[in-house]
Design a protein around this ligand. Structure first.
Ligand SMILES: *Cc1c(COP(=O)(O)O)cnc(C)c1O
Length: 416
């Protein structure tokens, strides 16, 4: 590990510093449920993160990267035309679509890359489903001059050819997972096997606030920049805090990042899960709404599972949201009542996609469109209530356009 200055500051938000507990639990959720071979590598990551998260050098370097490479701070934007069409609710957007690579995921990938650099690792490894995490991590690896192996189900590779090409252009190796259904689950298994084989040279980098301790804490800490910026920007723009803060929840990283900025404030926090085609099993991925406690990918959380405790099949039109588990801190925030978790359907998200594009000139990712859909729903429900709603626009919609044009054309049916 490189030389580190005397600790001057801490990366963990003060208000969340008491979570998780030292064993990685957020209430009943989280922890470490891994094969014995992974315990030592995870302990090394915990030790390293404990040092760097208090290191002046690390934090200063991360700030420099965010400003000069990622283009942060991203703006907070008042969607005035959309708001006016809907009534008195004022909708604001935190523009993570303008973060380099077009989504919030790079925030934690640059943190993980910098951690690998400080730990003296040579290679970043991860699995990817639709390829969004793979592209963000390949970007971080290129920046730090590290090798990068991305494990991806063979079926997903065929479906997501443009993201496979992006990763390869960025210098990553995309390794097909050829077992079983050849999708995300098999890719996770393959990535963990590879990590166990060489934890000395490689760092495993997770794609959301999920996985065994310390990943849910680390990814939250790296994402909280979204909430801290948004809070300052919102107060500067309006003189007040927002009444409500809304974000979509897949694994929960963009939501956790935004919520971290407002957790101690008198602000209502809402996480929006994908209701997909409806509440029947297999048609949605609304984990917190319909799931029960279980274990997936090394941690305990609410889980959509079958009678044997295996993760159940899930669906969402937004491939970044179709995960049967959810971050452990969200589970604790649901139980405590601090955050409310609600749903938006595929159709709600598609409507929000076209409406935001037409009204504001911003094409959102289908994931983010779930959060926008909730804001639209709130505004329509009570057109006379003048409240402010801040939405995390977690990413841009370029990746979704081919699909939408094919299935919904130019979206004439969604004009408002
Ligand atoms: C991956 C992704 C998500 C879902 O991930 P979270 O960890 O729940 O934030 C949301 N929005 C976009 C644009 C994504 O790429």
């Amino acid at each position: 590990m490189g030389p580190l200055n005397f600790p001057l500051m801490k990366l963990t938000p003060r208000s969340l510093a008491h979570t998780p507990d030292p064993t990685g639990y957020f209430g009943n959720y989280g922890g470490v449920f891994v094969p014995p071979e992974l315990e030592a590598p995870l302990a090394e990551v915990r030790g390293a993160y404990d040092v760097v998260s208090r290191s002046h050098d690390f934090i200063e370097e991360l700030r420099r990267i965010r400003r000069h490479f990622q283009g942060r701070p991203t703006p907070t934007y008042h969607a005035a035309r959309l708001s006016k069409k809907l009534g008195k609710t004022q909708i604001y957007l935190k523009r993570e679509d303008l973060n380099h690579t077009g989504a919030h995921k790079l925030n934690h990938c640059m943190g993980e890359g910098l951690l690998a650099h400080f730990m003296g690792k040579k290679k970043l490894i991860a699995e990817t489903g639709a390829g969004q995490h793979g592209v963000a991590l390949a970007t971080a690896a290129a920046y730090f001059g590290l090798e990068c192996d991305i494990y991806m189900g063979e079926v997903d590779m065929a479906k997501q050819a443009p993201n496979v090409a992006r990763m390869q252009i960025l210098g990553a190796r995309v390794i097909p997972a050829t077992e079983g259904l050849k999708t995300l689950k098999e890719a996770v298994d393959a990535a963990l096997v590879a990590y166990i084989q060489d934890p000395v040279n490689q760092l495993y980098c997770i794609g959301s606030v999920v996985g065994p301790h310390p990943f849910p804490m680390m990814v939250r800490d790296f994402q909280q920049v979204v909430g801290l910026e948004a809070r300052e920007q919102f107060i500067e723009m309006t003189g007040n805090l927002p009444d409500m803060v809304v974000a979509c929840v897949g694994g929960g990283s963009n939501a956790m990042g935004l919520f971290a900025g407002f957790i101690d404030d008198p602000v209502e926090l809402r996480g929006i899960e994908p209701l997909g085609k409806g509440p029947a099993p297999g048609e949605h991925s609304a984990t917190m709404t319909y799931g029960s406690e279980g274990i997936i990918h090394g941690f305990r959380c609410y889980l959509l599972q079958n009678e044997n405790g295996e993760p159940a099949p899930v669906h969402s039109i937004a491939s970044g949201l179709d995960y049967p588990g959810v971050g452990p801190e969200h589970c604790a925030l649901k139980d405590s009542g601090r955050v409310k978790y609600l749903t938006a359907s595929d159709r709600d998200a598609v409507e929000a996609f076209y409406v935001l594009s037409r009204c504001e000139g911003i094409i959102p990712a289908l994931e983010s469109a779930h959060a926008v859909a909730h804001a639209i729903h709130l505004a329509r429900e009570n057109p006379e209530i003048a409240r402010t709603v801040l939405v995390n626009l977690s990413g841009r919609g370029d990746k979704d356009m081919d699909y939408l044009i094919e299935h919904f054309g130019t979206g004439e049916e969604f004009r408002i």
